[in-house]
Design a protein. Structure first.
Length: 87
């Protein structure tokens, strides 16, 4: 609907911004605790986490590839831990 409805477009953008803020808060918490992987800056980690957990990624894996919601959640958690939490 966002292609033809400005209110829908604004609402979607607001929701996506809120999600990104949540991802950034999680990454900043890791950074503040000294647990963010040295492989990434906080901005890079936020960018990657936002992409990994995006609606587009979820749609690709669950709708196109046939993953269950549980598979998506389990694999997303595992990837996030491996990528962003210092060993």
């Amino acid at each position: 609907m966002q292609d033809s409805d400005d209110a829908a477009k604004l609402a979607w953008a607001d929701r996506m911004s809120g999600l990104r803020q949540g991802f950034e808060a999680a990454i900043r918490a890791l950074e503040e605790d000294g647990k963010l992987s040295a492989d990434y800056s906080a901005k890079e980690a936020t960018d990657l986490l936002s992409s990994l957990l995006s609606v587009q990624t979820w749609e690709q894996l669950t709708r196109t590839c046939g993953w269950s919601q549980r598979q998506f959640v389990d694999h997303a958690k595992a990837m996030a831990l491996k990528l962003f939490v210092a060993a």
